[in-house]
Design a protein around this ligand. Structure first.
Ligand code: ATP
Ligand code: MG
Length: 337
C-alpha cells in the first residue's frame, strides 16, 4: 500500500492563507486516497523548536490537529495522526542519516541559506532539519509528500540520501519517494495557491507579518475578518478582472471568494466580469470569509481535547511500530545491531 505523508508546523495560529493553500488541499487529498493508501499526518514539533514558538507549543499542537478535523479530515483505519517527538525513531534515524549526508550538499539547501541569512548566529537545527525531514519520510517508506515548492529541494535530498544508503549497503532498505515532478502531478495542482497580503497584495499573506490588517487568522472574530477584507488594498483601475500581475488586490479577492466557497475560480471571474464597483465585491468576499470562519470556528469548538488524544494514542502506537522496524533495518546495515 502506498503512503502519503504530510505535516504542518504548529508554531502559532494559522492564517487563511495557510488554510486555503496548505491545510484544505491536504485534507481533500487525504480524503480522496485514504481508502487505498496510508495517510500519515504528523505534527513536526521537533521542527517547531528550530525557531521561536508563539504561545504554548502543546496548545498549538493540539489545535493544529483540530484544524485538520475541522477542515473535514475523515478518519479511517488508514489515517494515522502522530506527534514527531513521541516517535523517538525520527531523531534516531536523523543521526544515522547525518552520517550519510555531506556538508557540501547540506550547505546548498536554499531554505538554510535564506533562514540563516543576516543572522549573527544560527542554531544547528536550522542547518540540519532537512535531514530530520528525510528521516520523517523514510521511516514510513512514504511515496507522496505533498509540500510547498519551497520544500522541493528537501525531497530531492531525501531521494539522494535514500539512494546513497541503499547503494552503500547493497539492499533496498529505504523506499525512494517519487520525484518532485510526480509529486506535483499527484497533488493535482498546476500552480500553488498563494493568498496575498491584504495590505500589500504584491506579497503573499504570512503569519509572521506584523501588520494585523494584512492577514486573516483562523481565530479572528468573523466580523473583524470582514472588516479586514473591506479595508484590503485594491487599485484605481475601476474594473474587476483576474490579473495577478496587474491587479493583485482584486485578483486576490476573487481567488479568496472562489476557494472559500469551493467554486471554480473561472466561475467567480465570469460572474464579476464587467463590474466596476469594488465595494460590492468586497462586501461579498467579506460575507463569504465571515461565514466560512463562523462555520470553521463552530466545528473547531466541537472537537474535544480527549478526541485528539485518543487519535494520537492510536496513531503513535502505529507510528512507533512502523518507524522502529525501519530504524532497526538501518541500524543493522550499519552494524549497530
Ligand atoms: P511564516 O511567515 O512564519 O513563514 P507562513 O504563513 O508563510 O509563515 P509557513 O509555516 O511558512 O507559513 O507555511 C505553512 C504552509 O502554508 C506551507 O505549506 C505554505 O506553502 C502554506 N502557505 C503559507 N502562506 C501561504 C499563502 N499566503 N497562501 C497559500 N499557502 C500558503
Ligand atoms: Mg513561510
Amino acid at each position: 500500500m502506498k503512503t502519503i505523508l504530510t505535516g504542518i508546523r504548529s508554531n502559532s495560529v494559522l492564517t487563511l492563507g495557510n488554510y486555503l493553500g496548505a491545510l484544505l488541499p491536504m485534507v481533500r487529498l487525504a480524503n480522496e486516497h485514504s481508502d487505498d493508501m496510508n495517510v500519515n499526518i504528523f505534527v513536526p514539533d521537533l521542527h517547531s523548536i528550530i525557531s521561536d514558538v508563539d504561545g504554548d507549543l502543546q496548545e498549538n499542537i493540539i489545535r493544529t490537529i483540530k484544524y485538520y478535523l475541522a477542515a473535514g479530515l475523515k478518519i479511517n483505519k488508514n489515517v494515522h495522526i502522530y506527534r514527531q517527538s513521541r516517535v523517538p525513531a525520527h531523531s534516531q534515524l536523523c543521526w544515522i542519516l547525518n552520517c550519510v549526508a555531506t556538508m557540501g550538499e547540506m550547505s546548498r539547501m536554499t531554505q538554510y541559506k535564506e533562514k540563516s541569512e543576516g543572522r549573527e548566529s544560527c542554531n544547528v537545527g536550522i542547518f540540519d532539519y532537512p535531514v530530520l525531514m528525510a528521516a520523517d519520510i523514510l521511516l514510513y517508506s512514504a511515496d507522496y509528500i505533498p509540500l510547498g515548492e519551497d520544500q522541493f529541494q528537501h525531497i530531492e535530498l531525501t531521494r539522494n540520501l535514500a539512494t546513497r544508503f541503499n547503494n552503500k549497503f547493497g539492499a533496498e532498505i529505504f523506499t525512494v519517494p517519487v520525484k518532485t515532478a510526480e509529486q506535483v502531478k499527484f497533488m493535482g495542482v498546476d500552480e500553488g495557491i498563494r493568498i496575498r497580503d491584504l495590505l500589500n497584495p504584491e506579497k503573499k499573506m504570512s503569519k509572521s507579518t506584523a501588520a494585523e490588517n494584512s492577514k486573516i487568522m483562523l481565530n479572528d472574530e468573523p466580523s473583524k475578518a470582514a472588516k479586514k477584507i473591506m479595508s484590503a488594498t485594491t487599485d484605481s483601475l475601476g474594473k474587476i478582472k483576474y490579473d495577478m500581475w496587474g491587479q493583485p488586490g482584486i485578483s486576490n479577492l476573487l481567488q479568496i471568494e472562489a476557494l472559500v466557497n469551493d467554486i471554480p475560480l473561472h466561475e467567480v471571474v465570469t460572474k464579476w466580469a464587467g463590474e466596476t464597483r469594488y465595494g460590492e465585491l468586497k462586501k461579498q468576499v467579506a460575507a463569504s470569509v465571515s461565514n466560512m470562519l463562523t462555520d470553521f470556528q463552530e466545528k473547531l469548538a466541537e472537537i474535544s481535547d480527549e478526541e485528539v488524544y485518543e487519535l494520537l494514542e492510536i496513531g503513535e502506537k502505529y507510528a512507533n511500530e512502523v518507524a522502529n522496524a525501519k530504524l532497526a533495518e538501518a541500524e543493522k546495515a550499519f552494524g549497530l545491531r
